[in-house]
Design a protein around this ligand. Structure first.
Ligand code: HEM
Length: 197
């Protein structure tokens, strides 16, 4: 059996970002209109985390950078085909399909947070867009509410697919991806120095 060592892949900020995002996402869903203060606080937290992640995608550690995992859609599809054929290569960072899912998640989370802020401004005359309330009339708060709800449910669907992807990736490559997102390390053959094994 080949000997392996565990190397650092996810830096501490990415791990803190990830688990804070998962926690804030859970809170934002559990605290709806009845707990509006908690809901908006969790929503602003998500927005702040997204701003951090976008910056870190540009200037962060190698595996955190968008350039290391954002690939053309064709590559993500080719990866999924290879997965079905049971010959998907293993990646130390995010695989192309995982990378596509992360982009979708970040975009969907951002759109949900922004429409939430618009709704809060128009409907409750509160938050950054409170000034919109005076001009919004009856229609726009309703439109914002429908779009916000649709995007929130769409994001929930993406999270479900994300969790399925994590489970499949862990099984196919016989590695615990959740543990890697906790301690930041993944295994490579002892003699390997390449980024992919
Ligand atoms: C208990 C629930 C969750 C688990 C176990 C989990 C697990 C993971 C794992 C293992 C990865 C790394 C995947 C890889 O190795 O390529 C990851 C990445 C990621 N997850 Fe989750 N996840 C959870 C919930 C969520 C939620 C709720 C969101 C968003 C609302 C989310 C968003 C992300 C994002 C954006 C990344 C990319 C990390 C980065 O590079 O910034 N996750 N997740």
């Amino acid at each position: 059996m080949t000997e392996s060592v565990r190397v650092k892949v996810w830096d501490p900020l990415i791990r803190i970002f990830h688990w804070s995002l998962a926690a804030a996402f859970t809170i934002v869903f559990m605290a709806d209109e009845d707990w509006l203060a908690v809901h908006t606080l969790a929503g602003y937290t998500i927005l702040g985390l997204l701003v951090f992640r976008i910056l870190w995608g540009g200037i962060g550690t190698p595996y955190a950078r968008f350039s290391s995992f954002v690939r053309p859609w064709s590559e993500a599809l080719a990866y999924l085909k290879a997965l079905l054929a049971r010959r998907a290569p293993r990646y130390l960072g995010h695989n192309p399909a995982g990378g596509a899912m992360i982009v979708l998640l970040l975009l969907s989370l951002m759109s949900t947070a922004l429409t939430g802020m618009l709704l809060y401004g128009m409907g409750d005359a509160a938050g950054l867009f409170a000034g919109l309330a005076a001009h919004a009339g009856f229609l726009w708060p309703d439109v914002a509410e429908s779009v916000h709800e649709f995007l929130a449910n769409f994001t929930l669907l993406l999270v479900a697919v994300h969790l399925l992807g994590v489970a499949v990736g862990s099984l196919v490559h016989r590695e615990n991806l959740i543990r890697a997102m906790i301690d930041g390390r993944k295994r490579v053959p002892a003699q390997a120095t390449a980024r992919e094994s």
